[in-house]
Design a protein around this ligand. Structure first.
Ligand code: C2E
Ligand code: CA
Ligand code: CA
Length: 727
């Protein structure tokens, strides 16, 4: 407490009130001056005081009691106690901030301070001081406090997020000299990187110590590039992790660099575990590769498939260049493969195919592309620059290896291979694609007796063109129903009576000429048109026989040649229903091969249906096929038709006679009747009759005849349609 013992209180107060310099200075600073005399209760305040609170400059308007009332109730006690302490001489200095209600009702913050002039009895003679409007400061302070609290909340929230994120967050710093440090890193980083927090605290470089060496080799340059170009940094790398079963984890670090004022660089980023992702990606990539492999390879042999070969051929053909060497393609088809399948089972067949695939791989060079393009069909696309001669050598090598007997479960598998070779060098003189050329050569090799190598030639090409033309004509002819039935009589070997007729197809061209089956059947077979021809012939026969009925000719029986394909036609039996209704017997002539090739049993079911309908089954061309007689007898035919190649020599050779005799013997013992085809001379007829043949068919009686000719022939030979005698 300042001791101003000499000055009387009132004098001091007066001095405050009147010293103009102090007054001006305080008013300019917006500071109010005040004084109070405890003894007298006299008080004074400078005009600024009234200004602050918005009152007139009148002490009475704002007496001490009055303004003490205006103190905010929360502040009143504190403010009054502090003032009382000063007035009571308990302190020398008075300081208080409190709110006062201004005249307009608003609260003003007042920062008040004061001191005392003391008397001898230690009680103040006068207290005086200053008061300032600190409302704005208080507001600013409150705002700052609020901002600080918000900032703290944000910081806390971010910290919690950062610490609880599975990704590690970090700041990585590198100064101009290349010294690195880690100003910030979340705790999870230690676990991810497999390092102890203490180690990192000691030396920031510890975060790199578990990284795989080869990945670390990428890390340095990646950081440097990011630093130099200020490009985001992103890298996947592996770290050794003793805590994991695999011993390592895949991490991905991503960060964004920022250049500091001092030339250093600071990255902000994250590190997270991408092991599952990397593994899944690897799995997907593997699956993709696998699928691509499956799509382009044959599942059984593992060889590239047809699609792969086509892709390869396409690739080659796009490399268009005048001096590009021609491509050489070899097609390989197994002979008698079906026989292996049929007799030894499909597992044996599969083993043969795998064996052939191995042989192909062994017999070809690494630049040759071997593929399996069909059931028992393979291809070798010779390496670039190889010649037809090279292909022949390869074919010979394959043949030689295939010559070594192959056993499956102790049983020998007998099969061979035919080869067709074509080269795109021919592409300059003929049109078409390599595959069909090689195919044509293969077809030729097969037709010429199997186990052969055939090279595509000009003649072959012409043959193909001719066949194509013919195929188109056949299709047209089917549409125009230009195929018509011819009839060849069948007579009883004993009575010479007409017992029936075989229906044989002829193609009647627009000019009236007649084309025999051997001119169109092979091509019709290739384009699978035979069943369609059979159907046309059968339908037209219905109309013809209906006509004969009205003319009084009643045939005892009709034989139709039924192709394998036709046996898959559900309407087959219905198509001959009319004959049966008219009392004309019907038989189907089937080739031995049909019964052997039949795999799905549909043909056998159709045969059963036919039999149920009263249709008899005849085995055509018997004695020439490869089938065992037992196999044929399984369908228990009604008739065996002895092929004309067998009947041809019965007069001349004993051997022929013996063979035919034994067939007749077996047939008779099984109750099967026999028909001999190709009977041309009375001598043949005599021998065959003696051997036990039942029915004859051949030029000796008549050639196949057109409907009108047959009608005439029947009349001339005294056949009127009387009920047939049993042969
Ligand atoms: P295939 O069924 O063996 O018919 C008998 C063939 O022998 C007929 O030839 C016939 O003209 C001929 N031929 C008959 N008698 C004699 C003879 O004494 N001496 C000689 N050298 N030949 C004789 P075609 O009519 O040319 O028929 C040939 C083959 O065409 C038939 O042989 C048959 O396999 C097939 N074919 C004919 N027509 C049809 C048909 O409508 N459908 C089916 N799927 N095949 C048919
Ligand atoms: Ca026949
Ligand atoms: Ca025949």
């Amino acid at each position: 407490m300042s001791k101003v013992a000499s000055a009387s209180s009132n004098e001091f107060s007066d001095f405050l009130k009147t010293d103009m310099r102090i007054r001006s200075a305080t008013e300019a600073a917006n500071v109010a001056l005040w004084s109070y005399c405890p003894d007298t209760g006299e008080n004074w305040a400078s005009s600024t005081w009234f200004d602050i609170l918005g009152y007139d400059h009148d002490v009475n308007a704002l007496s001490l009691e009055r303004w003490l009332d205006l103190i905010h109730e929360d502040d009143a006690q504190m403010a009054q106690r502090a003032f009382a302490d000063l007035v009571d001489g308990k302190t020398d200095i008075y300081r208080a901030d409190f709110r006062l209600r201004a005249r307009d009702g608003s609260w003003r913050w007042i920062g008040a301070s004061g001191t005392a002039v003391e008397r001898a009895d230690d009680r103040p003679a006068i207290v005086y001081g200053m008061a300032m409007d600190i409302t704005e400061r208080k507001k600013t302070e409150a705002k700052l406090a609020q901002t600080a609290r918000t900032a703290e909340r944000h910081r806390e929230r971010l910290f919690r997020l950062a610490e609880n994120s599975p990704a590690a967050l970090f700041e990585f710093h590198m100064d101009r000299e290349g010294t690195v440090s880690l100003p910030y890193m979340t705790t999870v980083a230690h676990a991810l990187l497999g390092v102890a927090a203490d180690d990192v605290a000691e030396d920031g470089l510890a975060v790199f110590k578990n990284i795989f060496e080869e990945d670390m080799a990428k890390m340095g340059p990646a950081i440097e590039e990011s630093r130099a170009k200020l490009k985001p940094f992103k890298l996947r790398y592996r770290v050794h992790r003793a805590d994991l079963e695999s011993g390592y984890a895949w991490l991905q670090a991503s960060s964004v660099p920022r250049r500091e004022e001092d030339g250093g660089t600071l990255w902000f980023g994250s590190i997270y575990d991408v092991t599952t992702e990397v593994e899944r990606e690897a799995l997907l990539a593997h699956a993709r590769d696998n699928m691509r492999h499956l799509a382009l390879h044959d599942g059984l042999t593992g060889l590239p498939n047809r699609r792969r070969l086509d892709e390869h051929l396409k690739e080659r053909s796009t490399q268009h260049s005048a001096d590009r060497p021609p491509d050489v393609l070899m097609r390989i088809d197994l002979d008698r493969f079906k026989y292996v399948n049929d007799t030894l089972g499909h597992a044996a067949g599969d083993a043969v195919l795998c064996h052939v695939a191995r042989v192909l791989s062994l017999s070809t060079g690494t630049d040759d592309l071997c593929s399996r393009v069909g059931g028992d069909e393979f291809c070798v696309l010779m390496g670039t620059g190889k010649s037809v001669e090279d292909a022949r050598v390869t074919a010979a090598a394959i043949e030689e290896r295939l010559g070594t007997p192959f056993f499956y479960e102790g049983k020998i598998c007998r099969f061979g291979a035919s080869f067709g070779i074509a080269t795109s060098a021919q592409g300059s003189i003929v049109t078409g694609d390599l595959m069909s050329f090689a195919d044509a050569a293969l077809y030729e090799a097969k037709a010429a007796g199997r186990g052969r190598v055939e090279v595509f030639s000009r003649q072959l090409h012409d043959g193909i063109l001719e066949n194509r033309r013919l195929a188109a004509e056949i299709e047209g002819a089917i549409e125009n129903r230009a195929f018509e039935p011819f009839f060849q009589p069948q007579v009883s070997a004993h009575s010479g009576d007409l017992v029936g007729a075989e229906v044989l197809a002829r193609w009647r061209r627009a000019d009236g000429s007649v084309v025999p089956p051997d001119k169109f059947m092979p091509v019709a077979e290739q384009i699978r048109a035979v069943p369609l021809i059979d159907r046309v012939v059968m339908e037209r026969t219905v109309a013809i026989v209906d006509g004969w009925r009205s003319e009084g000719l009643m045939l005892p029986k009709l034989s139709f040649n039924v192709s394998a394909g036709r046996l898959h036609d559900k309407t087959l039996v219905a198509a001959v229903r009319d004959f049966l209704d008219w009392g004309v017997k019907v038989s189907f002539e089937l080739l031995e091969s049909i019964l052997l090739e039949e795999e799905d049993g549909v043909a056998r079911r159709t045969i059963e249906l036919a039999r149920d309908a009263g249709i008899s089954i005849e085995i055509d061309d018997f004695g020439t096929g490869h089938a065992s007689i037992l196999g044929v007898l399984e369908v228990s035919p009604d008739v065996l038709k002895i092929d004309r190649r067998l009947t041809a020599n019965v007069v001349e050779t004993q051997q022929s006679r013996d063979l035919v005799a034994s067939i007749f013997g077996i047939a008779k013992s099984l109750g099967i009747r026999t028909t001999a085809e190709g009977v041309e001379t009375p001598m043949q007829a005599d021998v065959l009759r003696q051997l036990g043949c039942d029915v004859f068919q051949g030029y000796l009686y008549a050639k196949p005849l057109a409907a009108a000719d047959f009608f005439q022939w029947a009349g001339e030979n005294g056949f009127s349609g009387a009920a047939p005698r049993n042969p």
